[in-house]
Write a protein that binds this ligand. Structure first.
Ligand code: ATP
Ligand code: MG
Length: 487
């Protein structure tokens, strides 16, 4: 029989709730994989003077006090590589779909150091979402971290999924990490991606609500490791964490079971580090390091719009901006329900294409003016003509910014719709007809003047000549449109 080695082995002292306290294991590392005598595996999460706390990855009723535990010498790892595209895997990289064994290139540590400042470059390429209000007003760049935050059922997941769908043909790989969600909603997302041919460039990492907290805790780091493989190959990757509130709760459960002292809202003191070390790994690398990028869209759920709660404030301060979704906007039909006033993107605008800047540059101020004046209309007082114009136009701009789920627009289409808004070519169109107007005017340009679309796509900016042409076409169209609808 092998001699017991207290440096590499330990003895289970107690086990409950899938957390084992183990003696010895003197050389254990934080995050190290360990094996129990019965073959179960777990991960070291607490290094104390007298014992080591280990979280189990699977329910095990066959571990008893006195059992031997052995170090593996390795940090927990996941399989990574192009073979993961189109697959649904668990937090440990086990396949969960019915496509058989995983083909993968290598294993990567679940935890890794974030790229250093010297390895990074600034964000310079847009990550187009195909959603007008985002691409125009709160643009996201490749390598940016943009938080999607809002109450339950405000369209958070829809924004993320639409963004994944819009990466088709854009050379961006996607990773969707589902944390603590219902299986049925993830199945729905997988089916949507499959139906729209987006699964070919996407990996789903799934830890559902019934998974052990240990797996929910690991899932985002696993997803990040999968994304990092492509990052280091010079690819652009988009990763969605849906959502980090549930991740924090899983970590809180584990920490309380490990008897760490609870702090604010009963979260352990290092809950900030939980998310900062994850999101720091999203980056845009410089040319010498391959030029790849990981864009992260973490999602956080708020309670009654309270963005000053513990987890929301933490994640807001870690990310480069947030898309704030409001229930009352959602219920009033303003969807996507993004509150333009409270949403920001701190780096994305430097990556925004010139054409988009030209048409959307003044939009945010226009909307802010409008919001301020809108309150007046509620009193029904007599308004001067300037105020009236601002309000009338504001209502129409909000109509332009409405966009149904799954209806992503191409870059040129977005530019054309926002062009109409900026130049007020729909001045005499009724707000109810704005959506139809936008659709028809861009369809007309696409069909009758395809060279305009080509120029926008090629040059990514609007020359004076081009602007004049588009404006003339749109104004002429407006006249016909109004005639048709007034009669
Ligand atoms: P949860 O808090 O449950 O995760 P969520 O904030 O992720 O919810 P979603 O599931 O994305 O919200 O969306 C809620 C509902 O609103 C869904 O039925 C979705 O189809 C619908 N929805 C979302 N965005 C839009 C949109 N732009 N237009 C129309 N319907 C939308
Ligand atoms: Mg959701």
């Amino acid at each position: 029989m092998n001699k017991y080695n207290a440096h590499t082995q330990g003895v289970v002292l107690s086990i409950s709730d899938n957390i084992a306290l183990v003696s010895d294991l003197l050389d254990a590392m934080l995050g190290e994989l360990v094996f129990f005598a019965n073959g179960s595996s777990g991960m070291v999460l607490n290094l104390l003077e007298n014992n080591v706390g280990i979280i189990l990855f699977a329910e095990s009723r066959f571990i008893d006090p006195g059992d031997i535990v052995s170090k593996s010498g390795k940090i927990a790892q996941v399989p990574v590589g192009d073979g993961l595209l189109g697959r649904v895997v668990s937090a440990l990289g086990e396949p969960l779909d019915d496509l058989g064994a995983l083909s993968f290139s290598e294993y990567r540590d679940i935890e890794a150091l974030a790229p250093s400042v010297m390895q990074r470059s600034s964000v310079d390429t847009p990550l187009l979402t195909g959603i007008k209000v985002i691409d125009g007003l709160i643009p996201i760049g490749r390598g940016q971290r943009e938080l999607i935050i809002g109450d339950r059922q405000t369209g958070k997941t829809a924004l993320a999924v639409d963004t994944i769908l819009n990466q088709k043909g854009q050379n961006v790989y996607c990773v969707y990490v589902a944390i603590g969600q219902k299986n049925s909603s993830v199945v729905q997302i997988v089916n949507t991606l499959k139906k729209r041919e987006a699964l070919d460039y996407t990996t789903i990492v799934l830890s559902n609500a019934s998974d052990l907290p240990a797996r929910q805790y690991l899932a985002p780091y696993s997803g990040m490791a999968i994304a990092e493989y492509w990052l280091h190959q010079g690819k652009d990757v988009l990763i969605v964490f849906d959502d980090l509130s549930k991740h924090a709760i899983a970590y809180r459960t584990i920490s309380l079971l490990l008897r760490r002292s609870p702090g604010r809202e009963a979260y352990p003191g290092d809950v900030f580090y939980l998310h900062s070390r994850l999101l720091e790994r999203a980056a845009k690398l410089n040319k010498e390091n391959g030029g790849g990028s990981i864009t992260a869209l973490p999602i956080v759920e708020t309670q009654s719009g309270d963005i000053s709660a513990y987890i929301p404030t933490n994640v807001i301060s870690i990310t480069d901006g947030q898309l704030f979704l409001q229930t009352d906007l959602f219920n009033s039909g303003q969807r996507p329900a993004i509150d333009v006033g409270l949403s920001v993107s701190r780096v994305g605008s430097s990556a925004q294409y010139q054409a988009m800047k030209q048409v959307a540059g003044s939009l945010k101020i226009e909307l802010a003016n409008f919001k301020e004046l809108q309150t007046f209309t509620q009193f029904g007082s007599d308004l001067d003509i300037v105020t009236k114009n601002i309000i009338e136009h504001g209502v129409k701009v909000l109509e332009v910014l409405k966009q149904y789920q799954y209806l992503n627009l191409s870059f040129a289409d977005e530019v054309l719709e926002l062009f109409a808004s900026k130049n007020r070519t729909f001045r005499d169109v009724h707000p109810h007809d704005i959506a139809r107007y936008c659709y028809e005017v861009r369809t007309l340009i696409k069909e009758k003047h395809p060279e305009i679309i080509e120029e926008i796509n090629r040059e990514k900016k609007l020359s004076d000549v081009l602007s004049k042409r588009i404006k003339t076409i749109m104004l002429r169209f407006s006249e016909e449109f109004i005639k048709e609808y007034v009669s």
